[in-house]
Design a protein around this ligand. Structure first.
Ligand SMILES: Nc1ncnc2c1ncn2[C@@H]1O[C@H](COP(=O)(O)OP(=O)(O)O)[C@@H](O)[C@H]1O
Ligand SMILES: [Mg+2]
Length: 212
């Protein structure tokens, strides 16, 4: 995927409740105020086919879903999104923000579900044509902080959120390792700071890297 310039491709990562949606909407607002058009995509979803796959993945009745079926479904949704939306937008020079991308699969299916990491890497490569974001903001929230936030919010737990603290500890540790292996691309932010202070850090980094 050498021909695609991914410098305008920004992904957000972090466990549920880490503040991704909050920060994405603030960043989108900031960029739009500065006259940029921003394309926000959510994973899994944002194409007709990917949204149908999303419904299967998030269906609470599917607790018997095999973990390999799960990774292939996430990856099928992703490859459709990359081919149909992300690559054409980047070719036009647009700014693309993704709420979760390939690192989520490594963290959740690789580390969380403990699938073979080499196989996960191969699947991820195939599901993205090797296309990685220019910047990945990782909002780091410890599992303890996650459960605190979850208890304070009146949001129901989806299938992944019902997996328990041990699962989230593995995911947390997985994200740490992914961040260490991708220091250039990753911008790690402590998610326990105020919303405004996180936003300012993100704006500073985006401005620096995209040259706004
Ligand atoms: N920095 C923060 N400090 C405290 N609470 C936050 C912060 N960022 C987000 N929240 C709250 O945590 C909850 C989850 O935030 P959200 O942006 O939906 O996270 P995510 O998209 O990662 O699941 C929301 O109730 C939100 O208001
Ligand atoms: Mg969200």
């Amino acid at each position: 995927m050498n021909s695609i310039d991914a410098s305008h491709f920004i992904s957000f990562e972090g466990i549920d409740f880490s503040g991704k949606s909050t920060q994405i909407s603030l960043l989108k607002e900031f960029l739009e105020e500065n006259h940029y058009t921003v394309y926000f995509l959510r994973e899994p979803g944002d194409t007709e086919i990917s949204e149908k796959i999303r419904q299967i993945l998030l269906d609470k009745n599917h607790h018997c879903m095999n973990e390999w079926a799960e990774i292939f479904l996430y990856s099928a949704a992703r490859v459709q999104l990359v081919a149909e939306r992300i690559i054409p937008l980047l070719k036009e020079g647009q700014i693309v923000i993704a709420d979760r991308y390939v690192d989520s699969t490594t963290a959740y299916q690789g580390y969380g579900r403990q699938l073979d990491l080499d196989v996960v890497k191969t699947i991820n490569q195939a599901a993205t044509f090797g296309l990685l974001p220019g910047i990945t903001f990782y909002l780091e929230l410890t599992p303890d902080e996650l459960f605190k936030r979850m208890n304070n919010a009146d949001r129901t737990a989806d299938r992944l959120e019902t997996a328990g603290i041990e699962f989230f500890k593995r995911v947390f540790n997985g994200y740490k390792q992914i961040a260490n292996l991708n220091k250039q691309r990753f911008c790690v932010i402590d998610a326990v700071q105020s919303i405004e202070s996180i936003h300012q850090k993100i704006v500073k980094e985006v401005s620096k890297r995209i040259g706004l």
